[in-house]
Design a binder for this molecule. Structure first.
Ligand code: ASP
Length: 425
């Protein structure tokens, strides 16, 4: 897993550019929708020509990243989990906690979104998709589980069959860790491939402003004001689900396992959340998180120096929440009924995607296409979401690192590596 942090200045300027792309696309799209009558130039040259080609070209670049990025990132992530074996009880507990809270987070997101219904009323099926919209195979649950094991992993990689790719990558990563020095060269190569994919992600993301402009302009040229409300509802779903996870799920877990005062915890931890919010980068908050947990909460570094970096790498509850909401949004907008099996697949894939999401800005959007692919949703809907994703990225990163801190506090408390007097001071 890569600790590849984008310099703050460059990141901020990209954020601004994406916002400009979004607003400009919105204005141009609305003007096309209400002020420019249908004509060859309007429809064929602009909307279905320039906007479509550039917008979908960008989406195709994103798609291109998914398989290699997820594979490399998961192998490296899993090999760091493999190391945790030596940490025995702490490693096991931390992993279970991280995976369970992530699965819970996706479930909260799906529940909240199904109440708010962000995609209802938005008819995206009228918008031409880059690829044919895949439909869900009517396989039984038992076969769905069996299908996670690839017949041929190269086939899974080539075909982008994500659950199989994840499964294979996890085994490779864990065994690489187990082989230690014997596989040092391969481990280094995997780490370098991972670095390469992160560089490529940064490169592709640098085209996001123009990609967002074109996709948004095309969407609003076709749909006009009808596209507004769903986007606001989507944001409301993500923010509500993040709130439920932060104030209800985490605080309840903290109270149940440690009897500590959740309000005091939040107050003391707030500066770390603010830092995560302003940088959108879990990795960048690692030192501050460890420090705050020790100085203000009373968690021993013995625990946090292992669980916090691991959490920043594999535990992304906020990101999974965004992905859960995005799935419901897209499914509703395209009129696709996912059903219980589809949602279970989403919970499984988003939980695993969280392991493969690096703690740097926007990577959650890239792994989102993998979650979409797992249930056959067209990834064109990501373009709509992308325009507003930077704000949500800030919020979800704050939730991501709070999940790591709550888990660390619980594990430290249970392993008697916790100083109550520091917390109470
Ligand atoms: N920005 C997130 C983080 O660093 C990852 C993401 O959701 O894109 O935690």
């Amino acid at each position: 897993m890569v600790k590849n942090e984008t310099p703050k200045k460059k990141k901020m300027s990209l954020t601004t550019k994406i916002f400009i792309g979004l607003i400009a696309g919105l204005i141009v799209g609305i003007i096309f929708n209400i002020a420019i009558p249908h004509s060859y130039v309007r429809d064929t040259v602009f909307v279905d020509g320039i906007f479509y080609v550039i917008g979908n070209g960008f989406i195709k670049f994103m798609k291109m990243l998914v398989v290699p990025l997820v594979f490399c990132s998961l192998v490296c992530g899993a090999s760091s989990i493999g190391d945790t074996k030596s940490l025995g009880k702490v490693g096991g507990k931390t992993l279970i906690f991280y995976l369970c809270t992530t699965a819970l987070a996706v479930s909260v997101a799906i529940g909240v979104s199904n109440i708010i219904n962000p995609g209802k009323g938005l008819d995206m099926s009228s918008i031409k998709a880059a690829d044919n919209v895949a439909t869900q195979d009517a396989t039984s649950i038992t076969d769905t589980i069996l299908n996670i094991i690839p017949d041929n992993p190269f086939n899974s990689l080539a075909g982008g069959i994500m659950l199989q790719v994840i499964f294979f990558a996890l085994i490779v990563g864990i065994l690489l860790a187990k082989m230690g020095e014997r596989a040092e060269l391969l481990s280094n190569i995997m780490n370098q491939c991972n670095d390469l994919m992160m560089e490529m992600t940064t490169l592709v993301m640098s085209f996001a402003p123009i990609g967002v402009f074109c996709m948004i302009a095309k969407t609003f040229a076709n749909l006009g004001f009808d596209a507004f409300l769903p986007l606001i509802k989507y944001m409301a779903s993500v923010v509500t689900a993040l709130g439920v996870q932060l104030f209800f799920v985490y605080m309840l877990l903290l109270f149940v396992f440690t009897r500590l005062n959740p309000f005091k915890f939040l107050k003391k931890f707030f500066p770390v959340m603010a830092f995560a919010f302003s940088t959108s980068t879990s990795n960048a908050t690692i030192p501050m998180n460890i420090d705050t947990l020790e100085e203000k909460i009373g968690v021993s570094r013995k625990i946090s120096s292992f669980t916090i970096p691991l959490g920043a790498t594999i535990n992304m509850d906020g990101t999974s929440i965004m992905q859960g909401c995005a799935v419901v949004f897209a499914a509703q907008a395209y009129g696709i009924n996912l059903g219980a099996k589809g949602y279970l697949t989403v919970i499984a894939t988003a939980t695993l995607a969280s392991i493969g999401t690096a703690g740097v800005p926007s990577v959650g959007l890239v792994t989102l296409s993998m979650v979409f692919a797992s249930v056959g949703l067209p990834i064109e809907a990501i373009a709509l979401i992308m325009g507003i994703d930077r704000i949500l990225d800030m919020l979800r990163t704050a939730v991501n690192i709070t999940g790591d801190a709550v888990c660390t506090t619980v594990v430290a408390y249970q392993n008697k590596e916790f100083k109550k007097d520091v917390f109470n001071s």
